[in-house]
Design a protein around this ligand. Structure first.
Ligand SMILES: C[S@@+](CC[C@H](N)C(=O)[O-])C[C@H]1O[C@@H](n2cnc3c(N)ncnc32)[C@H](O)[C@@H]1O
Length: 260
């Protein structure tokens, strides 16, 4: 999967679609959103709204920080020394260090965080938890490394189980399959969080993203016929009809660790 992401995220088509912003997510769209990079910035801004301004202090961990675009956004609110980003890919982190200078970036699996208990005041995780093996293991780790009263804010894709034959299957463990935002809320509470807010943002995130990618694809048709082989080898974001068969909801969540 790392190779798949590394290649897709830094390919020319993705760079054109994301306007060289180095984001790789569906974004959060409203009537005045002009393009994908604005939507992606808005998604991080929307997740940060879960953290009141007077609690945007201390250390924040950016889990699965991708190419560092979300960490760069965090620099609007935090000093570089307060921000730590992790990802499974060193190649992505090389770009992240360039995008968010002065922040700390470390290769790490989200389900095995190499930090002591109570290390962070807040955790951000943009559109990646559905990949983790498993989401439940990540939620437990997030709870452990948060300080009492800390918050995990994350966006997530709720998907039906993928067929064993699908190449995407290896990237998305079926243990993470769920269809209903209430199931995610139960999983967050089962991990030990005191409280969870889960907002269904399918109509602000996945639906407009799908529309936007279709428009982009229509305007940038590759030369030659669209063969099944070419469709299979396209980055999954550019074969959204396939993903659409499994995506059930897109959610934004804020998980609160008890203050005691
Ligand atoms: C859809 S991208 C989102 C990237 C970034 N958060 C953004 O919004 O632009 C998913 C990211 O999850 C990372 N990832 C997948 N599994 C991971 C894991 N177990 N631990 C840490 N990062 C992981 C991938 O390398 C990729 O950067």
């Amino acid at each position: 999967m790392i190779d798949g992401y590394d290649t897709a995220m830094q390919g020319a088509v993705i760079e054109a679609y994301y306007g060289s912003s180095d984001f790789y997510n569906f974004g959060f769209w409203s009537a005045d959103t002009g393009n994908q990079s604005q939507a992606s910035e808005a998604l991080v801004a929307r997740l940060l709204e879960f953290i009141p301004p007077d609690r945007r202090d201390g250390r924040i961990l950016d889990v699965a920080c991708g190419l560092g675009a979300s960490s760069r956004h965090l620099l609007r609110h935090f000093a570089p020394r307060q921000i730590v980003g992790i990802n499974v890919s060193e190649r992505q982190l090389e770009r992240a260090r360039h995008n968010a200078p002065g922040c700390e970036f470390r290769v790490m699996d989200a389900t095995a965080l190499e930090f002591p208990d109570a290390s962070f005041d807040n955790i951000l995780c943009v559109e990646a938890a559905f990949h983790f093996d498993t989401r439940a293991a990540f939620l437990r780790e997030a709870l452990r490394v948060l300080k009492p009263g800390g918050r995990l804010v994350h966006s997530d894709i709720l998907m039906a189980p993928l067929p064993q034959t699908t190449s995407v299957r290896t990237h998305i463990p079926n243990a993470n399959a769920m269809s209903d935002p209430a199931e995610l809320e139960r999983a967050i509470l089962a991990a030990g969080f005191a409280r969870a807010e889960v907002v269904d943002a399918t109509e602000q995130c996945w639906t407009p993203f799908l529309r936007s990618v279709r428009r982009f694809k229509a305007a940038h048709k590759p030369p030659g016929p669209s063969t099944p082989r070419a469709r299979r080898s396209a980055p999954i974001f550019f074969n959204p009809e396939y993903l659409a068969r499994f995506i059930r909801r897109y959610v934004l969540a804020c998980s609160h660790k008890s203050a005691d």
